[in-house]
Write a protein that binds this ligand. Structure first.
Ligand code: GLU
Length: 491
């Protein structure tokens, strides 16, 4: 029985925002570790100093925290395999590269940049690899150049014939012809390891058992394996994840919508909903269930549920998940969450924030819908008087012209202006006039909102508008109705 502790790592290069694909990799690494009782490690891969972007490391931490992917080892919390930032491990790689040189599996290459560029220029347009010029330099010559301090890199000797097959947990057996593999650089002339080399050495030294990453790394994997073989190290389990595409079948990009975690959050998606959607991006549970908390995923995730066909990131589906999570939020948290969106519409203070939250929670699927949904509360909407017609409520512009003045009088002196007080006053009017509730509520709601569909009913709208604005809108409506009936009378 294999008793190795499962160790997975999320190994981002801090070169920008955390994209949906990165987050999926991190999530699956986390879930594999959690579902198998293992450990999840964070390693920052900053070997490519030129591509580093300010703030990218922060975005990684922030995102992991926001979605609840807690790492067990990493730059911020340490661990027995540290340091966990590649630039801090810089000194560690050279001895490994030199070991391979001693064993005849790698060699010093003194080719100048000019020579390499010339090589490229001899076959323009073609991808030509290094011509292995230094692979068989006599050892005396190598020593002479080293002693003279000639700038050099260390390259790996790739087999010149045969092929290499490796197993991927998702894609199965993949075979690559060795002749396609270039003698790759392991250590650069500045002493920094190449990304490919550092990645393998670190995965080995950190005892990583599962390497999870995007399928764009599939073609590099034979190179990694040749390094594992050269050192005699155990190859980890590879889990390459399918490409993420939009609904149109093209690789997911900004043209489809927001693609970074941060941008999605800004558009009003909840971290839980984003995680739930991403969990299903290439992975499917046995029972086709859809809603999962992170803990539930941690219990049931399994690599054999990952599919190799491209996964569609569907923004409608994300909005659906978001709606489900919004509905399940505790009322207080929902109110706090929508507050910034409401201040953008109302300014401070937001009127009746608890009531607004009550109206919006069952109705929205993302924050960005709020301004449009509540605009009628801050600005009077132009509307046709036909809106007062409603068969079900036996309402018409004529009945509204009769009822609205009564409503105006009933509400004019009302204080305090509370939900209960407005409700009781309107209901008393209906009873006194022997009208059904709908016959009163319909014209009231239209007069206050100018819309046939509103979040909440007439009473709630009146409370949010406040007494003065409610009376002003009633007044406008009844004057318009009176004007219209006078015109009809004239005709
Ligand atoms: N640093 C690589 C990236 O950000 C990770 C590749 C890997 O997981 O091996 O894409």
């Amino acid at each position: 029985m294999d008793t190795t502790v499962v160790r997975t790592r999320y190994a981002p290069s801090p070169t920008g925002m955390m994209h949906i694909g990165n987050l999926r990799t991190a999530l699956y690494e986390y879930l594999i570790a959690r579902s198998l009782g293992g450990r999840f490690i964070l390693r920052i891969e900053d070997t490519d100093q030129e591509r580093l972007v300010d703030g990218a490391v922060d975005a990684i931490y922030k995102t992991l925290r926001a979605v609840g992917l807690r790492h067990d080892e990493g730059p911020d919390i340490g661990g027995q395999y540290g340091p966990y930032v590649q630039s801090e491990r810089r000194r560690l790689y050279r001895p490994y590269a030199e070991q391979l040189v001693r064993e005849g599996k790698a060699y010093y290459c003194f080719c100048t940049r000019e020579r390499l560029e010339q090589l490229k220029a001899t076959a323009p347009g073609e991808v030509v690899g290094y011509d292995r010029h230094c692979r068989d330099l006599p050892s005396g010559e190598v020593q002479r150049l080293l002693d003279a301090g000639t700038a050099c890199v260390i390259r790996q000797k790739m087999p010149l014939s045969g092929s290499k097959t490796f197993q991927d947990a998702v894609y199965g057996a993949i075979t690559v012809d060795n002749r396609e593999l270039e003698d790759q650089v392991l250590l650069k002339s500045d002493g920094f390891p190449t990304y490919n080399f550092a990645n393998v050495v670190d995965d080995h030294l950190m005892a990583i058992t599962h390497v999870v990453r995007g399928s764009e790394y599939l073609s590099s994997t034979p190179k990694y394996n040749l390094l594992y073989d050269a050192f005699g190290w155990q190859v980890p389990t590879y889990v390459h994840l399918p490409l993420i595409i939009g609904k149109d079948g093209r690789k997911l990009s900004k043209r489809h919508g927001a693609t970074s975690f941060e941008a999605l959050v800004q558009e009003g998606y909840l971290p839980e909903a984003i995680v739930n959607t991403i969990a299903l991006l290439g992975w499917c549970p046995k029972d086709n269930r859809e809603l999962f908390s992170l803990d539930e995923l941690s219990a049931i995730f399994s690599v054999d549920g990952i599919s190799k066909s491209p996964s569609v990131f569907d923004y409608d589906k994300l909005a659906w998940f978001n709606g489900e999570y919004i509905r399940a939020m505790p009322a207080g948290r929902f109110q706090a969450w929508i507050h910034p969106a409401l201040t953008q519409v109302f300014g401070e203070p937001v009127p009746e924030p608890a009531l607004l939250a009550e109206l919006l929670q069952p109705r929205i699927s993302r924050l960005a819908e709020i301004p449009e949904m509540v605009r009628f509360l801050t600005a009077r909407q132009p509307y046709e008087l036909d809106l007062f017609s409603n068969k079900k409520n036996k309402a018409s512009p004529e009945s509204a012209a009769r009822i609205l003045p009564l409503l105006y009088d009933a509400l004019a002196g009302l204080a305090p202006w509370t939900r209960q007080a407005v409700h009781d006053r309107v209901m008393a009017l209906a009873a006194g006039q022997e009208l059904k509730t709908g016959q009163v509520m319909w014209p009231l709601r239209i007069a206050l909102s100018g819309q046939a569909v509103t979040p909440g009913g007439a009473i709630e709208i009146a409370v949010i508008l406040g007494r003065d604005e409610s009376l002003a809108r009633l007044n406008i409506a009844l004057e318009r109705l009176a004007g219209a009936s006078a015109e009809k009378g004239d005709a």
